[in-house]
Design a protein around this ligand. Structure first.
Ligand code: PLP
Length: 438
């Protein structure tokens, strides 16, 4: 293991100061960086700079469910770099991106027709918002990335507060759908809450439908803490949008490509939106890629004017990057060959049973789950929001688990390649960590 010890040795000499880390307690992290510095990943496990193996409880950041160092994806990426490493995104194309768009439309619910590519979820969302144009309606507790558009329709207060003067004007928000009193410890979709969609009618009455272009929601709010849509809620949103000619956009950056056991949340919930933003799992997280799938009528609405005019003044240098396209094809091949959607559905009851066994453990005030995703919400320690979850997170690492915490919620979205014992171990170790953090 000479190679392994060289990697660990190299990591032990890293200087951390120059790197300004995103969504991170920089100063706290840099006091003890090695336990949280990752040097390797294979399958469902990471290895830290201290040589500790960690089970990847959130599939990276929801993006690597097929497992790390997937041989097919690694090979496709290496081959693509040698064959066509970059192709200008504007006024030029390459075969893999055309075929990838076809493939993604084929996986999407019937009635979708075209794909616009970017490099991240944030870009996918901002692209969808630009296609819709104003006025936009988001939802409280929604996370739509960090672009100015995404934070404007998003509903996570700290992400908006610092940038308040920059927010897009005229955006309204639907209420979020979580109510501890009505739905704590629900399994799957809560029964209460479909009526909250009616709030859209109130916004229509306030602004008039003619001034509202689109409503954007995550079918399941992931980063907001696995907030599962109440039964009937998305259906009602769809009906109200149809009634008033408003576009419905699903942000499926987390739910796209199998997290809910179907290609998209749209199919899981039986509701077809007008646009779907996607990213993450499309390449198994290996190369950044995101995009928006739209219905033909939306695409056609732009295809006017002289044939030699640019129809949409929007795009990125790396839109439809050939290496990302190659990674996406390989990831979609792997999903098909390995039956990943079916596997996620098989593991859903295993995760549900295990995670709900944590009810009654110290500090646990709610548990939510759907598909291969679950969240355990903790009561904050008085005056120290987030401190309890941080303790659980740190103890989790000692136990060999890399959990994700935001605020006082622990989120889990294990890889589709997980075994049942691994999912059970992930929950049993969380029990240990919760008891230690009391
Ligand atoms: C629903 C949703 N939309 C958008 C984003 C932003 O994606 P990115 O971080 O790739 O910009 C995320 C990230 O987690 C997300 O969960």
């Amino acid at each position: 293991m000479k190679n392994e010890s060289t990697v660990l040795q190299r990591a032990s000499t890293i200087k951390t100061e120059a790197y300004w880390m995103p969504f991170t307690h920089n100063r706290y992290f840099k006091k003890n960086p090695l336990s949280r510095t990752l040097v390797r990943a294979e399958g469902a496990y990471y290895t830290t700079a201290e040589g500790k193996r960690l089970f990847d409880c959130l599939s990276g950041l929801w993006c690597c469910p097929l497992g790390h160092a997937h041989p097919k994806i690694a090979e496709a990426v290496a081959k693509q770099v040698r064959e066509l490493d970059y192709s200008p995104a504007f006024q030029m194309g390459h075969p893999k991106i055309f075929s990838l768009a076809e493939r993604i439309v084929g996986l999407a619910p019937a009635g979708m027709g075209h794909v616009f590519f970017g490099n991240s979820g944030s870009e996918a969302v901002d692209t969808a918002l630009k296609i819709a144009r104003t006025r936009l309606i988001g939802r409280e507790r929604g996370y739509h990335g960090v672009g100015i558009g995404g934070i404007s329709v998003g509903g996570i207060a700290p992400n908006r507060k610092m940038f308040a003067p920059l927010l897009v004007q005229g955006v309204d928000h639907l209420p979020h759908t979580h109510s501890a009193a009505e739905m704590a410890f629900s399994r799957g979709q809560p029964k209460w809450g479909a009526h909250l969609a009616e709030e859209l009618e109130r916004l229509v009455a306030l602004h008039d439908a003619s001034t509202i272009a689109a409503v954007i929601v995550e079918p399941m709010q992931g980063s907001g803490g696995v907030i599962v849509p109440p039964a009937g809620y998305l259906e009602r949103l769809r009906q109200i949008c149809d009634r008033h000619g408003i576009l419905l956009v699903f942000d499926e950056v987390i739910t796209g490509f199998g997290r809910l056991g179907e290609p998209f949340g749209a199919q899981r919930f039986g509701v077809t939106p007008d646009m779907i933003a996607f990213a993450k799992i499309v390449t198994n997280g290996v190369i950044p890629m995101g995009g928006v799938i739209v219905k033909p009528a939306i695409y056609d609405a732009f295809m006017t004017g002289p044939e030699t005019s640019v129809e949409l003044f929007h795009g990125y240098t790396y839109s439809g990057h050939p290496v990302a396209a190659a990674a996406a094809h390989a990831a979609l091949d792997a999903i098909a060959e390995e039956g990943s959607f079916k596997r996620a559905r098989e593991l859903e009851p295993v995760l549900e049973r295990a995670v709900h066994s944590l009810k009654g453990e110290p500090g646990v005030v709610d548990i939510r789950n759907i598909g291969l995703a679950a969240a355990v919400e903790l009561e904050p320690i008085q005056g120290k929001p987030g401190a309890r979850a941080l303790k659980v997170f740190e103890r989790g690492m000692e136990e060999g688990m890399l959990y994700r915490f935001t605020g006082d919620t622990i989120a889990m979205a294990p890889p589709f390649i997980s075994t049942e014992p691994e999912i059970e171990a992930m929950i049993e170790k969380l029990r240990v960590a919760l008891r230690a953090a009391r």
